[in-house]
Design a protein around this ligand. Structure first.
Ligand code: PLP
Length: 392
């Protein structure tokens, strides 16, 4: 039996089967290349669901981990530590005046944002408005803001969550009122099919929150940390939230989540209101701060914009252009809606060919490589995608 098969068998024997899996055991990664247990290589155009924003084993992140691991791993949040401050300063420089809180995941950051909105809204504001086809995570609060099949079987969910269609301002107008604690929304929906709303919609949400006193929460878990060609997705439309959530790329592949909130909201989290034992731990936050430094130093926001254009150009001129119903997204956050109800065969063929992409909503391919991917490797990946699309 191959080494890979042995690992699969041991996995199945001991690990809960809550993920649908591809039959591949990944053992090593560098940049935008991964290798499996049989030595086969893959071009990675999905970057660990967006986590490895600088690619695998980026030398600066490796150096940062090594240095920090020799200094300090974990002390708990009753102490001050410098890497956590360094990360907060990096976020401030990349965004708006605010205060941060750190945890490990996107779902936890949604929990923190929802709690902060409720406590800062006072006792008469409980309602949270979220969007159909939105995705905010699997914990019960985040799940309550995530309508659809993900909720099935998990009721009762957290009360007072209301769901309305995305990119439909009048639907929000009908439900927002003086009892609304927050509107939570992705600047671009990812799981929901890579849906880009109109700038007027996002600006309209801001205006509704200003009129009613509700908090505007942007879920920047996918769109944050440079993926869209700006540090945060909301910066494309020039609308600032009261609270934003972060995850995925924030840790460059380590588990780091967090929120960033305007000071008048942030001040409602006092000792005892919220916490996370390992949140903000020195190794994770040192790496996370370094992610921002490398993006700035290597001009990777421009690279995200250029890379996105290269992908779109390639798709529009490919032999499969007629099979593409729509191309959506910004920067290196691209969704390709195929003209078929189910594109699973393309995904399967991609893996056989040595290409890692993702499929959401059954027919929307997600192409979200590391911002460090070279032009040549992106081109190579897109040529493999052409071959995979021959399956259509
Ligand atoms: C927009 C968005 N928010 C939140 C989450 C939850 O993040 P995590 O899986 O780290 O809990 C996800 C996960 O895919 C996401 O896409």
């Amino acid at each position: 039996m191959s080494v890979a098969q042995q690992i699969v068998d041991r996995h199945v024997r001991h690990i809960i089967g809550n993920y649908s899996k591809l039959p591949v055991v990944i053992t090593r990664g560098r940049g935008s290349t991964l290798w499996d247990a049989d030595g086969k290589s893959y071009i990675d155009l999905f970057a660990g669901f967006g986590g490895t924003i600088l690619g695998h084993a980026h030398p600066d992140l490796v150096k940062t981990i090594q240095l920090q691991a020799q200094m300090l791993w974990q002390v708990g949040n009753q102490f001050y530590t410098e890497p956590q401050v360094r990360l907060a300063e990096a976020i401030r420089q990349a965004s708006f005046e605010g205060r941060g809180f750190f945890c490990h995941s996107g779902a936890e950051s949604a929990e923190a944002a929802i709690k902060l909105a409720r406590i800062s809204g006072g006792p008469n504001r409980k309602k949270i408005i979220s969007m159909q086809k939105g995705f905010h995570g699997r914990t019960l609060g985040a799940l309550s803001a995530t309508p659809g099949p993900a909720q099935q079987g998990f009721d009762p969910l957290v009360p007072d969550f209301v769901h309305v269609p995305y990119n439909d301002l009048s639907a929000v107008e009908q439900v927002v009122d003086e009892h609304t604690a927050a509107i939570i929304v992705e600047p671009i929906q990812s799981e929901g099919g890579m849906n880009v709303p109109s700038p007027q919609y996002i600006a309209g949400l801001r205006a509704l929150c200003d009129q009613t006193g509700a908090a505007l929460i942007f879920d920047e878990v996918w769109t944050g940390i440079g993926r869209t060609g700006k540090f945060f997705g909301h910066q494309h439309v020039g609308v600032t939230p009261d609270i934003m959530t972060m995850g995925k790329a924030l840790g460059g592949g380590l588990p780091v989540g967090g929120i960033w909130a305007v000071p008048q909201r942030a001040s409602f989290f006092k000792p005892g209101t919220h916490g996370c034992t390992l949140g903000g731990n020195p190794i994770c936050t040192a790496v996370s701060a370094e992610v921002f430094s490398v993006i700035n130093r290597d001009n990777l926001l421009s690279r995200a914009n250029e890379g996105g254009k290269e992908i779109v150009r390639h798709l529009q001129s490919s032999r499969h252009a007629s099979k593409i119903a729509d191309i959506r997204g910004r920067g290196l956050f691209i969704g390709v809606q195929l003209d078929t109800p189910d594109a699973t065969a393309v995904l399967q063929r991609s893996i056989e060919l040595g290409l890692i992409i993702n499929l959401t909503q059954k027919n929307v391919l997600r192409i979200c490589p590391a911002l460090t991917i070279s032009e040549a490797q992106l081109q190579q990946g897109m040529e493999l995608l052409d071959q995979a699309m021959d399956k259509l």
